[in-house]
Design a protein around this ligand. Structure first.
Ligand code: JCF
Length: 672
């Protein structure tokens, strides 16, 4: 070998070592020290040398992760030591039995365990001979598996060479291959784009990916590896405990689960279970339980095995997040803005720790994608607190009599047309406030904690009030009296009084809350606050056009259009007028021009006018700078009395406030 080659060889080996060190820092230590771009540069430098000197290329080079296609399928391999499975426990009692059997057999009164998440992936075996990865195999039936070396090599968290491996050794690392939830979502999006079949869950996606005949495809899949133990170990000093085995595996450059912990006794097992159950929703991958293992390897040996599972280990399963059940009916629900959400009514099934009998189907496109029908067997998923959903249909179990589901063209509640919004994804009832379902939902939203916060006015009561026709819009809430509430079933005096009190309390609010409470499509709390601070008062917002609205932070043309549309509808303006008249108020910023004609004048409107509605009169006065309030006080300047005026007229006369009729009012505002 000449000097140049020697130099290249040294440089190549140095680069491989450095790349492996960064791999270790990234995957095992979880603390990368260089940016991805720098890592890529190291790889490219290595590639350049290898291209110039093909005869020097090492087969454990990080550039050689992806090999050639195995057209013949996978060879069967025999495990030198059988790959065991785990006994399962589904409740605490079974865990207690496991623990007590160990105490009995070992004749000890306490025992230490290692607890780790049970990863929902698939088990593989990685054989390292003299430090080099020579074989990757699936678990198979435990005795024989498939040789998936080429695909295992393409997993970045599987090192091609162990760190600090004893020179003459044969070490078999066992662990789980999995796909993160993010990786799974990305893969399915790609599958959609390619018109290929989706995978039902990350586990199936990991299994399918590991079994690709073309390693290039497997390499492109986001697979990860976590080691959980050793199989064969020759030329390697076994430590005394399982915890130390896992630490040693990490020292060899593989990733053991960072959530592993040592615990003691039954209580220790249960607290580890609870901790991992609460971590579950926040982990980047699916887990389906906790694995407990006796820590002391000598004690493990004394416990031995039953059939194919060790007596020193146990899988304590979490409640399944997915179960199979049948669809009894498909209904649609109408939301506050008329959005139609299809819902599958299910044969009740225990999933994710609760009994589920409804699951969302999201939207009509989702129904088409799933091709779900009444009578179908479906997979229902309930993960954490997320609402249950139908994730897939078992098409091969479909009854012969099944008929395709037809999405309704009319609202099941008010019979108005169902229309698709611009994106074509959301179907909406076009009934607006004619639709009792939308009325109910808009009132629930109005009363909710983050809106007007009317304590005691919950979902059930709103439905009762609407169904009994005590209220038909949000302004009607303020016309309720304790006496009328008492006409409802199961309404006691105390609750009625409390409700009236909280309705009264809600009259004092803030402009952002009020705007949010109105339920303008796509106006959440943040946008409501942005509108309030930008315009300062409600009237300015109500008369703003789309050009003015898009100047508000975070408001684009679609939202601006929604706002204009909302305030353009007379029934919305009427309801707002009713609310203001009912005394809803908030601390406001004076934004009236200094020369406004009625600046500093306070009006009260009572009775009905013939030439305009009270709302129009109120709006007109406000644009002229007047304040329009709902109750007469000594501070009131004018009471405008239409026909059939109420008690406000009496009060005005008592207080000596000036009362004007419609003609005088018209004259005052200048014949507008
Ligand atoms: O995470 C797992 N799925 C997992 C499986 C973890 C372990 O510690 C295991 C296992 C299967 C067998 N241990 C054994 C002995």
């Amino acid at each position: 070998m000449n000097d140049v080659d020697k130099h290249s060889l040294e440089e190549m080996n140095r680069l491989i070592e450095e790349i492996e060190r960064h791999n270790y820092l990234y995957y095992v230590k979880d603390s990368p020290q260089i940016p991805d771009a720098e890592y890529d540069r190291l790889l490219r430098n290595l590639e350049a040398i290898e291209n110039a000197h093909p005869e020097l290329v090492r087969d454990d080079s990080p550039t050689r992760r992806v090999g050639a296609r195995a057209d013949e399928g996978f060879n069967e391999v025999e495990h030198e030591l059988p790959m065991l499975s785990l006994a399962n426990a589904f409740d605490k009692d079974e865990v207690r039995e496991f623990h007590e059997r160990i105490l009995r057999r070992l004749e000890v009164d306490q025992v230490e365990y290692v607890a780790e998440p049970k990863l929902d992936g698939l088990a593989i075996s990685l054989l390292y001979e003299n430090g080099k990865l020579t074989r990757g195999a699936t678990r198979g039936d435990g005795r024989r598996g498939e040789d998936v070396t080429a695909n295992a090599r393409s997993i970045r968290s599987v090192p091609l060479r162990l760190r600090n491996a004893p020179s003459s050794s044969k070490i078999e690392i066992r662990g789980e291959v999995l796909m993160t939830r993010k990786g799974f979502a990305r893969l399915n999006a790609q599958q959609d784009e390619a018109g290929a079949k989706r995978y039902v869950n990350p586990r199936n996606a990991a299994a399918g990916s590991l079994r690709q005949l073309d390693p290039a495809i497997s390499a492109a899949r986001p697979l990860e590896f976590f080691a959980y133990g050793l199989g064969l170990s020759e030329g390697f000093d076994l430590p005394a405990t399982h915890a130390e085995v896992l630490d040693a595996i990490a020292d060899l450059g593989l990733r053991a689960n960072p959530e592993r912990q040592m615990v003691s006794g039954f209580d220790g097992l249960i607290s580890a279970y609870k901790r991992l159950l609460s971590l579950r929703p926040n982990l980047p991958y699916d887990i389906d339980g906790v694995v407990y293992k006796v820590n002391d390897l000598q004690l493990q040996q004394r416990m031995g095995f039953v059939s194919r599972a060790p007596r020193w280990a146990l899988a304590h399963k979490f409640p399944a997040e997915e179960e199979i059940t049948t669809v009894e009916a498909i209904d649609v629900q109408v939301g506050r803005t008329g959005a139609i959400t299809p819902v599958a009514r299910l044969s009740p099934v225990f999933v994710g720790g609760v009994t589920v009998s409804n699951a969302t189907l999201h939207n009509h496109q989702e129904i088409t994608r799933l091709d779900v029908r009444v009578g179908d067997s479906v997979v229902v998923r309930r993960a954490g607190d997320v609402i249950p959903e139908v994730v897939s249909v078992l098409h091969d179990r479909r009854p012969d009599t099944s008929v395709a589901y037809v999405f309704p063209v009319r609202c099941p509640v008010c019979n108005s047309d169902i229309v698709l919004d611009e994106g074509g994804v959301i179907a909406r009832c076009s009934g607006g406030l004619f639709c009792i379902a939308q009325v109910r939902e808009s009132i629930k939203h109005f009363a909710s904690r983050r809106a007007m916060d009317i304590e005691g006015l919950g979902s059930k009561l709103v439905e009762q009030l609407v169904d009994n026709q005590l209220i038909s819009n949000v302004a009607d809430i303020y016309t309720l009296s304790a006496e009328r509430l008492l006409t409802l079933d199961r309404m006691g005096e105390k609750s009625a009084d409390n409700l009236i009190k909280s309705i009264q309390r809600s009259r004092s609010t803030t402009l952002p809350r009020f705007l949010f409470a109105l339920g303008i499509p796509q106006i959440g709390e943040t946008t409501a606050a942005a509108l309030a601070t930008h315009f300062g008062d409600l009237d300015a917002i109500m008369i703003a056009d789309e050009d003015a609205l898009v100047n508000v932070q975070d408001i684009g043309p679609i939202v601006a259009h929604n706002v204009v549309e909302f305030f353009a509808q007379q029934h919305n303006r009427d309801v707002i007028g009713g609310l203001i008249e009912a005394g809803i108020n908030w601390p406001s910023i004076e934004r009236v021009p200094a020369d406004a004609r009625f600046k500093d004048k306070t009006f009260v409107l009572t009775g009905s006018l013939s030439g305009m509605s009270r709302t129009e009169a109120r709006e007109m006065l406000m644009t002229l700078g007047a304040k329009v309030t709902s109750s007469v006080s000594s501070k009131t300047d004018y009471v405008v009395a239409g026909s059939d005026p109420g008690s406000k007229l009496d009060k005005a006369e008592r207080l000596g406030v000036q009362v004007i009729d419609e003609a005088e009012f018209n004259e005052l505002i200048g014949g507008n």
